[in-house]
Design a protein around this ligand. Sequence first.
Ligand code: ADP
Length: 482
Amino acid sequence: MKKNKKIRDFFKSLKFRLVFLCMMVGIVSTVIIRIGIMSAYESRAVSNRSIDILSQAKILANQMVDTGYVDDTSSETITAQLEQLSQIYDGRVMIIDSSFHIVKDTYDLDTGKTIISEEVVKSFQGREISNYDSQSRYIEMTIPLVRNDPEKELQETIGVMLVSVSTDSIASTLSYMQNRALILGLIIAILLFAFGFLIAGRITRPFREMASSIQEIQTGYGDNDGELNIDKYTETVQICEKFNKLYSRMKMLDDSRQEFVSNVSHELKTPLTSMKVLADSLNGQEDVPVELYREFMQDIGNEIERENKIINDLLSLVKMDKSASDLNIASVNINEMIEQILKRLRPIAEKQQIELVLESFRPVTAEIDEVKLTLAITNLIENGIKYNKENGWVHVSLNADHQYFYVKVEDSGIGIPEESLEHIYERFYRVDKSHSREIGGTGLGLAITRNAVLMHRGAIKVFSTEGEGTMFTVRIPLNYIA
Ligand code: ADP
């Protein structure tokens, strides 16, 4: 199993692919060159041989016409020359007369027989024909024997000379060359393999270095301070940059996770510590009056409520965690939803003499998770009430266009200092810790709101002037974008 994986890994490796590519390029080009050279040599050799034979055959043909050899083949000189021609070129010469009879055959096999082939017939019409049969390895030529009659200004074909010569010698040269080319090809392949191996090793080295650096970073060793820096290629530089970004983001996430855990523990411990102090002071006193008991128990009850609120907010926040949550999307009447929220918050607002007003510009229906968005908008309005002044107001407005609906929550409260604006969505962040705690804040409200808005692919913005008031605007798509 492990061995199989190793083999698979080897074939999938960049190194193997580079060696393979190198060899393939080399082999394919040698094969193409070999085929090209071979066929060029073959056609050149055949054409040279054909020209040689043709020129000699033509001289002989003229002599035969002059001596009337077609009608009387007794001329020994010409017969000898014909024999010589067929010997030199390892071939056969036949002379055919006008009635297609073979009057001379240097092989002495077919003399007297009749021959009617396409080439012979065409040659009787005065054409020279040359054919090369690479399969059977011979060249066949037919040359007309033409007699000029100067008196009648006539040309008459009195016979045809058929020469067929073997090209075995060309074929053997070809096969010799082919063998040499094969050996050369093999040598080139071996050289290319070695070269490819060397080059591939060099090319892939930065990637191996990168892997070992990552390993070092992972195990916490190495002197690169968690930075990956292989600047051999543009690609490695880009990968390193991306890796470093990812790594620092992971470090940041880990830091913020640790901070979150320590914040959570701290926040959960505070009410417990208060309760312990209250309980201890009751236990440490003798004959405690009932009123004091009642008062302390009331305080302990408040701390439990606070603990409960923190835990509930934490649970809501976990639910709003983008990856862990699944939205429960449905078509919701937003006007009604906001009216319901205001109805629930009105008693709290009245208690603090805060005027709570809703302005709806048009009826809005949207695809949302009602529970999560209700929580988000409740937090904003609740903050508007909590961080307000005496006889202040909170204005909520709802509007929409063809793509989004907009909720605006404006208050006449204490406002947020400019330097705090970028932190208010952080978990447990509070501008004034003691004030927020006093009025029952956990520092998780806006974190929950922002997560809920982002889950709906929406956006949230804040505008605030210290001492004058704050405005939150929320924009949510009418149709849920998955
Ligand atoms: P909390 O539970 O403390 O209200 P939030 O996350 O809801 O936590 O808000 C974070 C901090 O932002 C608050 O502690 C408060 O200081 C500030 N803040 C939020 N809303 C307002 C507002 N409408 N006016 C003034 N300050 C606000």
